[in-house]
Design a protein around this ligand. Structure first.
Ligand code: FES
Ligand code: FE2
Length: 314
């Protein structure tokens, strides 16, 4: 019998110590695995109005899925490495869980391998490519099972088509936002994405230096009033509380989502992308400065002053 080791590129194993199964060997592997196998192929393609690195980051980021996609049940990452991750995903509203493996097997390509109830294997290959209009995403899948379950294949195939279409449209807001912020000088730790940094709930936004100082009068605000204060290329949510103010970022420091006054729930701001919650920073007259979103905030003579951050000697 042929060794399964031949399904890997030996040069790759030699070079990096690990390798994913070769694309051209996937069908053969499925046929050896499942007796009387039937394999159904499907494809979804769409333009991606974002940079390739944003498509890659977006695919690796698990935490947005239950919040951005209504089609998504709860999913738990059980393992993350730089190039791969393993998750358990709930099947719709059912008390059933599907194991899902994600692998970044080449610069612009992913495997996603899942198994439904031990009976049907789905291998998805996702590629992002540059074309004349920007980027394109091509998603190819193979649905494999014993032939007695072949009647399920067209149903699954249509579901995968629909899922890819809907989820891709829902993801556009996230990818676009990064492109938009980059034009203003923002950068992201996840500009070189891997499964580790894309799943870390850390402050991944690198704010550009604020070009000049801004002064925002708040004396005319009524007590308890909340406003969004946009200054230059960044923004804050500000609530007047007596002589002091409470401040939240209007640009989420995790991955740059826009936070609005409607995202405030009492004293907690909840980000719509990954669900991060922030309490306010409190700024009192002549207090501070407090540093937020890469700028310094002070409250002087009833005015909120937003100034470029000073680099202090360490
Ligand atoms: S952008 Fe991820 S929690 Fe806000
Ligand atoms: Fe998504």
């Amino acid at each position: 019998m042929q060794s399964s080791r031949t399904f890997f590129d030996p040069a790759l194993v030699e070079k990096s110590g690990s390798a994913f199964i070769r694309e051209d060997k996937v069908d053969e592997a499925l046929a050896r695995l499942i007796p009387n196998v039937r394999i159904t192929k499907g494809r979804f393609s769409c333009p991606g109005f974002a940079e390739q690195r944003d498509l890659v980051w977006n695919h690796m980021d698990q935490n947005h899925r239950p919040l951005i996609h209504r089609t998504y049940g709860e999913a738990m990452r059980m393992f993350v490495g730089e190039r791969s991750a393993f998750s358990l995903t709930r099947f719709g509203g059912w008390p059933a869980v599907i194991p899902v493996f994600d692998g970044h097997y080449k610069d612009n390509g992913f495997y996603q391998i899942l198994c439904l109830f031990g009976l049907i294997v789905v291998v998805v290959i996702i590629e992002t490519n540059k074309d004349a209009d920007g980027t394109r995403m091509d998603v190819d899948w193979a649905i494999a099972s014993h032939k007695f379950l072949r009647f399920v294949h067209p149903i699954l195939d249509r579901r995968l088509q629909r899922l890819n279409d809907v989820q891709n449209r829902e993801d556009e807001q996230i990818r676009h936002r990064r492109v938009e912020l980059r034009t203003k000088g923002y950068r992201f730790v996840t500009d070189e994405p891997d499964f580790l940094n894309s799943n870390a709930m850390a402050n991944n936004v690198v704010f550009p230096p604020l070009a000049s100082a801004f002064s925002v009068p708040i004396v005319a605000w009524s007590d308890g009033e909340v406003r969004q204060v946009d200054v230059g290329d960044r923004g804050y949510l500000v609530r007047r509380t007596g002589d002091a103010i409470e401040v939240w970022p209007a640009i989420c420091p995790h991955e740059g989502a826009a936070l609005k006054t409607t995202d405030l729930h009492g004293r907690v701001a909840r980000c719509p992308w990954h669900g991060l919650e922030f309490g306010p920073r409190v700024l009192r007259p002549e207090g501070g400065p407090l540093t937020m979103c890469g700028a310094e905030l002070t409250l002087v003579d009833g005015k909120l002053l937003v100034s470029p951050a000073t680099v202090r000697p360490t």
